[in-house]
Design a protein around this ligand. Structure first.
Ligand SMILES: [Cu+2]
Length: 269
């Protein structure tokens, strides 16, 4: 009798675990209004439950707004972070990879201060890998140069990104585009140490839209890696911008594969 009860409890627990593992939600910020001026994002977020694995989608006309991940202080001051890039695609998909408090603001003009374009959420923990669910809506961006990382190959396995980056000059205002099949890869901004170790950062979200546009808003060194390990390889990418605003550019890159066999087969698109 007792063992039967425990079996039932175990079964129930398993079912709950299974159910929650497939329920990653996609939140379009502002719902049908999207990411826009004079919308009450505090009210929008109220009562919603954000769990690790869920996704935020910021929808707006490209060029009109952007999205900066900030900390609590910058959020209060509506100031743009010195070490972060804006998302600018107009359809920015952010996978909530870690639990905790997250702040997002628009960095255009006084949209944050006067237009209320600021979003605060608290992400609840869940030990389930994120599942990309949405498709990108790429849009052209007007100013600066646009670098499609890997050119026609995009963001893929077994590509020499170091060679790709060599000789290119990246200037503040330019944009990087990471192109890849959704779900196959992603893009994490990391620091130099994490880059060398191929570790996913604890306080950063993956870009997962398959067409991730990153505005190079600040000079300095930038490192990007793919955080997907299921394709039996790790991609990593190092990007360096010098402290000088105009004379820039040196890009280092490495790619490490633990399994060469799967690479091109898995990645042909
Ligand atoms: Cu804005």
């Amino acid at each position: 009798m007792a063992s039967n009860t425990w079996s039932i409890i175990f079964l129930a627990a398993t079912l709950v675990a299974l159910a929650s593992s497939v329920s990653a939600k996609v939140f379009t910020v502002g719902d049908e209004k999207g990411w826009t001026l004079n919308f009450d994002y505090e009210a929008w977020a109220k009562g919603k439950e954000f769990v690790v694995g869920d996704q935020l989608v910021f929808k707006y006309a490209a060029g009109k707004h952007n999205v900066f991940r900030v900390n609590g202080t910058l959020f209060q001051q509506c100031s743009i972070p010195p070490t972060n890039e804006a998302l600018t695609s107009g359809y920015d998909v952010i996978t909530l990879a870690t639990p905790g408090r997250k702040w997002y603001i628009c960095g255009v003009g006084s949209h944050c201060e006067s237009g209320g374009m600021k979003l605060f959420i608290n992400v609840l923990p869940q030990s389930v890998p994120p599942t990309p669910l949405v498709s990108p809506a790429p849009s052209p961006v007007p100013s600066g140069k646009m670098f499609v990382v890997g050119d026609n190959y995009g963001w893929t396995l077994n590509f020499d990104y170091q060679a790709w980056a060599t000789g290119k000059e990246f200037v503040v205002g330019d944009k990087l585009v990471f192109r890849y099949p959704i779900g196959k890869h992603n893009v994490f901004r990391v620091n130099g140490t994490q880059f060398q170790q191929c570790t996913i950062p604890a306080v950063n979200e993956a870009l997962t839209s398959g067409y991730d546009v990153i505005s190079l808003a600040t000079p300095g060194r930038k490192w990007y890696i793919c955080g997907v390990v299921s394709s039996f390889s790790a991609m990593e990418y190092l990007f360096y911008l010098s402290e000088f605003l105009y004379v820039t550019a040196s890009l280092l890159f490495t790619m490490i594969f633990s399994n060469l066999l799967y690479s091109y087969v898995l990645d042909s698109w």
